[in-house]
Design a protein around this ligand. Structure first.
Ligand code: ATP
Length: 140
């Protein structure tokens, strides 16, 4: 089975795999070779796949779409980072920054559904996914 992860800027990954596991918006999804065609939306989270050598590789995925067809998985996403490429300090700083922003907005009684609040919440979720993917990679 083939796994391709594509962002608007580049191809993040194009490899053979024995299984792909992602966080879809309606729950965890795992596909093995021979899976029937399927398409779904992805949540922000950590995905993993099994290499031909039976290693597990972790990737942070910032939402997008997941498709499997003819034994080929395609993930189209705004951003994705391979565990080993993640700058953990940067992600930790991003989470701190976004949390401080959220706190400031809550103190100023900014509308919880405002675009600024949504953007800060999104930044927290993105950074947490990156930290988790980096941690899982280092613990292998
Ligand atoms: P930051 O606030 O740290 O810049 P961000 O959430 O604003 O993070 P994005 O706009 O989601 O960053 O991503 C911009 C680019 O930087 C993308 O190519 C993404 O893959 C990459 N990127 C973001 N954070 C990290 C990280 N911690 N480690 C490695 N690459 C990252």
């Amino acid at each position: 089975m083939r796994l391709k992860i594509v962002t608007p800027e580049k191809i993040i990954l194009d490899v053979e795999t024995k299984g792909v596991f992602v966080k879809a918006i309606d729950g965890e999804l795992g596909v093995l070779p021979g899976h029937i065609p399927l398409m779904t939306a992805l949540d922000i989270g950590v995905a993993h796949y099994i290499t031909e050598e039976n290693l597990t590789e972790f990737i942070s995925i910032i939402g997008g779409t997941f498709k499997i067809e003819n034994d080929e998985v395609t993930i189209l996403t705004e951003a994705a980072e391979l565990g080993e490429d993640i700058d953990q300090t940067r992600a930790e700083q991003a989470v701190d920054r976004a949390r401080a922003k959220l706190k400031g907005m809550l103190e100023q009684s900014v509308d919880k559904h405002s675009p600024e609040m949504e953007a800060a919440r999104l930044s927290v979720l993105k950074a947490i996914a990156r930290i988790k993917a980096a941690n899982k990679t280092h613990k292998r």
